[in-house]
Design a protein around this ligand. Structure first.
Ligand code: F6P
Length: 321
């Protein structure tokens, strides 16, 4: 292979830049030209491509977001949109495409390969950590740190006012961020989409904690739990009459300089993706499982569900005695 392309797609995640850098520099080292696609699949069918050399990716390993920009493309969902994208890739003489993103992006990559035979390799980049085939996704570690910092701050004000804080963290379908933040932030209770439970259950827990002498409490809710944080807070207000505040952390969790674990993961997976293409692999996601690099068929990354750690879930609940 002589020329490959790389793009970032879907929600951005801290560490995507480190992955782009790793792809470009591994390519340069192996004598492969790397072309960057701007604005994900949207930019691809519009022909927004540019050759990237090793110096073009200098000074980005520490930067959040993605220098290639990203998008959630509607056009790409149609066969016509993908055909246009494939045509652009052929015009540019691209031998393989590396897609950094989450499950939506991998769907797009999978169909491109199925319909047009262009080899694609996925790199897991999403703060949600919800892809099967890798222990962690790029951006997850940073998002947890960012959310935890916010929880610590909310705890200060919550404890001073003896209030209950219900804090919503990201995770559309997954409770990975919520669980880590709940354990590390010493939360009273955690609600995750993998185990939906009646929000009223929180009333008993908080009442008990008050009788144990705890006046301020932190409740963590993943956004994907039915009703989100507001539903939990409403149940609390009605069931306890205690002063309750809701804080939805939102997109702040997607920004910021990536922590070292995300930079290292991104660097390894970026390198691995180029090696995978050189080995003739296609239609797989490179992941890191148990310390080693693994290849997982793209469709399995969303078909097989990655569960949260049930041990950690038990731990989160049992430590709030
Ligand atoms: O997939 C990552 C994620 O941050 C989810 O946790 C969240 O539900 C979603 O993206 C938000 O998407 P958008 O940036 O399009 O609002």
């Amino acid at each position: 292979i002589k020329r490959i392309a790389v793009l970032t797609s879907g929600g951005d995640a801290p560490g995507m830049n480190a992955a782009i850098r790793a792809v470009v520099r591994t390519g340069a080292q192996q004598g492969i030209e790397v072309v960057g696609v701007r604005r994900g699949f949207s930019g691809l069918h519009r022909g927004e491509l540019q050759v990237l050399g090793p110096r073009d990716v200098a000074n980005i390993i520490q930067r959040g977001g993605t220098i290639l920009l990203t998008a959630r493309s509607r056009t790409w969902r149609s066969p016509e949109g993908r055909a246009k994208g494939a045509e652009v890739l052929r015009e540019w003489g691209i031998d393989g495409l590396i897609v950094i993103g989450g499950d939506g992006s991998f769907h797009g990559a999978y169909y491109l390969q199925e319909e047009h035979g262009i080899p694609v390799i996925g790199i897991p980049g999403t703060i949600d950590n919800d892809l099967y085939g890798t222990d962690h996704t790029i951006g997850y570690f940073t998002a947890v740190e960012t959310a935890l910092e916010a929880v610590d701050k909310l705890r200060d004000t919550g404890a001073s006012h003896e209030r209950i804080f219900v804090i919503e963290v990201m995770g559309r379908h997954a409770g990975h961020i919520a669980l880590d933040v709940a354990v590390a932030g010493g939360a009273e209770e955690v609600f995750i989409p993998e185990d939906p439970k009646p929000v009223e259950s929180v009333v008993k827990i908080v009442k008990e904690s008050v009788t144990k002498g705890k006046m301020g409490s932190i409740i963590i809710v993943a956004e994907g739990h039915p009703g989100g944080a507001q539903a939990v807070a409403d149940a609390l207000a009605e069931g306890t009459g205690l002063e309750t505040r809701v804080s939805i952390l939102g997109h702040i969790q997607r920004g910021g300089s990536p922590v070292s674990s995300d930079r290292v993961l991104a660097s390894r997976l970026g390198e691995a993706a180029v090696f995978a293409l050189m080995e003739g692999e296609k239609g797989v996601m490179v992941g890191r499982t148990g310390g080693g690099i693994t290849y997982t068929p793209l469709h399995e990354t969303w078909e097989k569900r990655k569960d949260v750690s049930r041990d950690l879930y038990r731990c989160a609940l049992s430590l709030s005695v």
